[in-house]
Design a protein around this ligand. Structure first.
Ligand SMILES: Nc1ncnc2c1ncn2[C@@H]1O[C@H](COP(=O)(O)OP(=O)(O)O)[C@@H](O)[C@H]1O
Ligand SMILES: O=c1ccn([C@@H]2O[C@H](COP(=O)(O)OP(=O)(O)O)[C@@H](O)[C@H]2O)c(=O)[nH]1
Ligand SMILES: [Mg+2]
Length: 254
């Protein structure tokens, strides 16, 4: 039997764009990443993950804008709704429960959604993730932080009037079980009650970027583009400058 204990203390110094640096939240995810790798929880990845949560009401244009962000900035797109619909289609053990929850416009238990997101993140070669339509509740948010062990670097909020969201959802034409007036009304109530607190939380943390989600798709993307362009503009080798001042690894073979 063997046991491995790792402890480290590190110092970090950032000399670049102070405001952007604070949003990067690199140290938090870096230290958590190292701790998790030491525990053997996740396979070592070469780069620190860069996580963007994409939030907004149903029909606010999250998925549409994610496609453009992927094309322009090379993120991996993880739509929580698509992952859940994939579970339904695969007739997995949770499929029936997920289908009922979606029909009712309610929120699937956090554990289920976070596990699906985690699996996709681990399978991906990318380190830049767009997590679309999640977290939808404070419980979702806390569960992600606990299970994945990182916080988002950026949170986008597509702010759209309800009338416009209803119009878009009813015209979406993707054969979704929740694209009907009855479910959309429930979804809007859930959004107000459970999702807005998450948006407010990230606003208070200074991580929220609010996009006015009215106009053409291209006009809206012109509000999104500068947010990511600012991060891309920071050369990789000056994004952070850290050194490990102490690293102790004890291997006990007893
Ligand atoms: N700026 C826009 N103006 C009009 N319709 C839009 C716009 N952006 C997206 N749509 C349409 O609205 C519907 C909902 O968009 P979607 O990206 O699926 O939103 P969400 O993922 O937030 O529910 C889709 O049919 C999409 O084509
Ligand atoms: O983290 C999530 C994401 C989605 N959903 C469920 O899946 C539905 C559809 O989500 P999606 O993001 O696909 O909808 P959109 O906002 O894009 O219309 C939601 O109403 C919820 O019932 C959920 O429970 N948890
Ligand atoms: Mg969507």
């Amino acid at each position: 039997m063997w046991r491995r204990v790792a402890s480290l203390s590190s110092s970090i110094s950032s000399s670049f764009l102070a405001q952007t640096a604070s949003r990067l939240n690199t140290w938090e995810s870096l230290t958590t990443g190292i701790a998790q790798q030491a525990k053997g929880v996740i396979a070592p990845k070469e780069k620190t993950p860069f996580i963007t949560f994409v939030l907004g009401g149903p029909g606010s244009g999250k998925g549409t804008q994610c496609i453009k962000i992927v094309e322009t900035f090379g993120f991996a797109h993880l739509s929580a709704g698509d992952l859940l619909r994939r579970e339904i289609a695969s007739k997995s053990a949770d499929g029936a429960m997920i289908l009922n929850t979606i029909k009712e416009g309610k929120i699937v238990p956090s554990q289920v959604t976070v596990k699906l997101i985690q699996k996709e993140m681990e399978l991906s070669d990318n380190h830049k993730f767009l997590i679309d339509g999640f977290p939808r509740t404070e419980e979702n948010r806390v569960s992600f932080e606990q299970i994945i062990g990182v916080e988002p670097n950026v949170v986008l909020f597509f702010d759209c009037p309800e009338e416009e969201m209803v119009k878009r959802v009813l015209n979406r034409n993707e054969g979704r079980v929740d694209d009907n007036l009855e479910t959309i009304k429930k979804r809007l109530t859930v959004f107000q009650a459970l999702s807005l607190p998450v948006i407010n939380y990230y606003s208070e943390k200074g991580k929220l970027y609010t996009i006015k989600a009215i106009g053409t798709e291209d006009e809206i993307f012109e509000q999104v583009r500068p947010i990511f362009a600012a991060f891309e503009a920071i050369p990789l080798n000056t994004r952070w400058n850290w050194n490990i001042s102490a690293l102790v690894v004890v291997i006990d073979m007893s």
